[in-house]
Design a protein around this ligand. Structure first.
Ligand code: NAD
Ligand code: IPM
Ligand code: MN
Length: 363
């Protein structure tokens, strides 16, 4: 029987397809015992036969795969974005992948926009609630098309949902070290409880309660508007940040800017013990799709995150080292200052993995 971990690959649309092709190149070059199976879910399939997620699709992913690697969904030919909603948010919601873990790291000082911020200064993680909030899309419109139109978008926060994500953040803080090996020590909860008092009140109460179970971890709070300022002013102060679905979405694009742009940011959508899903933070970027200029490093670092999650830590570290080396040698796409194309970055990193680990591996 094969011991290889089974990976479902949903490359999706636009640059998602391009960056995932390179992540797969690198996955096979790193020597990890994984087998990949591709699925064509995405805009083209939807436009061809109307299917977004085939019947039994989520159950199949959960039953037959150890992890899911995703590119991005979004295509101007599908202005409703219905396929992205059903596939991407479908996985998050229906497979109950409640923790969206988005590490924020600076691989090289040349990458970030902030003066004086070095790799040692930027090493925090945003834990984003992934199954509730404004994203459940509860609400409706009334008197549509009239002057009296009403649009209601509910923000749903359950005790169970808030508690499990806050607990996840404290557990994460307890179990993970920083890149330099030092312990993580602080969890900061961010909300807008000064204005949105009902949801914010619940987050505040649960945060206080859960933090009592972790006396060794410093529990902190910051309103999300102030957090935006502080992230840009001095990101050294952050360790683990926990927040709701929408704030987490917005903050992690901002945080991606600190890392060198969306092309560098990785994420995992996790439910401990269940088949989890890994995707770069960026979208399908239609204006740059098909031009071989998208940065594949976020997707590569995402595949390393997936390997770590599957316990293949040696291979994950190899990928991270190879990406770092490519950054140092400027073997990168234009968005971070290099002159290579998407495919050429993939070839370079894959080749570097082969050379660096030649003694152990087959390529
Ligand atoms: P986007 O992330 O696609 O692009 C934002 C900006 O970042 C653009 O300037 C783009 O060129 C740049 N960029 C993104 N990834 C890059 C990369 N790898 N290399 C170089 N530059 C990169 O966000 P958007 O433009 O708001 O959305 C485009 C489509 O993607 C929309 O349909 C949106 O809904 C969808 N989207 C999907 C996901 C996902 O599936 N996970 C995430 C975000 C957005
Ligand atoms: C992300 C994306 C998605 C989100 C979109 C495509 C629905 O922006 O993964 O960050 O908002 O969660
Ligand atoms: Mn986003």
């Amino acid at each position: 029987m094969s011991q290889a971990k089974q990976i479902a690959v949903l490359a999706g649309d636009g640059i998602g397809r391009e960056v995932i092709a390179e992540a797969i190149k690198v996955l096979s070059a790193c020597g990890a015992a994984v087998e990949t199976t591709g699925f064509d879910w995405g805009a083209a399939r939807y436009l061809a036969d109307g299917v977004t997620v085939p019947a039994d699709g989520f159950a199949m992913l959960e039953r037959d795969f150890d992890a899911i690697l995703v590119g991005a969904f979004g295509d101007p030919r599908v202005p409703t974005n219905i396929h992205a909603k059903q596939i991407l948010l479908g996985m998050r919601f229906r497979m109950d992948l409640y923790a969206n873990v988005r590490p924020v790291r600076l691989l090289d000082s040349g990458l970030g926009p902030l003066k004086g911020v070095e790799p040692k200064d930027l090493d925090f993680v945003v834990i984003r609630e992934n199954t509730e909030g404004a994203y459940v899309d509860a609400g409706g419109v009334f008197k549509q098309g009239t002057d009296e139109e009403v649009a209601i978008q509910e923000d749903i926060n359950t005790r169970k949902g808030v508690e499990r994500i806050i607990r996840y953040a404290f557990d994460y803080c307890e179990k993970h070290t920083k890149l330099d090996g030092s312990p993580r020590k602080r969890v900061l909860m961010s909300d807008k409880s000064n204005a949105m008092t009902h949801a914010g009140g619940l987050w505040q109460r649960v945060f206080k309660e859960v933090s009592r179970d972790y006396p060794q971890i410093k529990a902190e709070h910051m309103y999300v508007d102030a957090l935006c300022l502080q992230m840009v002013r001095d990101p050294r102060q952050f360790d683990v940040i926990v927040t709701n679905n929408m704030f987490g979405d917005i903050l992690t694009d901002l945080a991606a800017g600190l890392q060198g742009g969306l092309g560098m940011a990785a994420s995992g959508n996790i439910h401990p013990g269940k088949t989890s899903m890994f995707e770069p933070v960026h979208g399908s970027a239609p204006p740059i799709a098909g031009k071989n200029i998208a940065n594949p490093m976020g997707a590569m670092l995402t595949s390393a995150m997936m390997l770590n999650h599957l316990g293949l830590t040696v291979e994950a570290a190899r990928i991270e080292r190879a990406v770092l080396e490519a950054v140092r040698q400027k073997k990168t796409t234009q968005d971070i200052g290099g002159a290579l194309g998407t495919r050429e970055v993939g070839d370079w990193v894959a080749n570097h993995l082969c050379i660096a680990d030649n003694a152990e591996r087959r390529c």
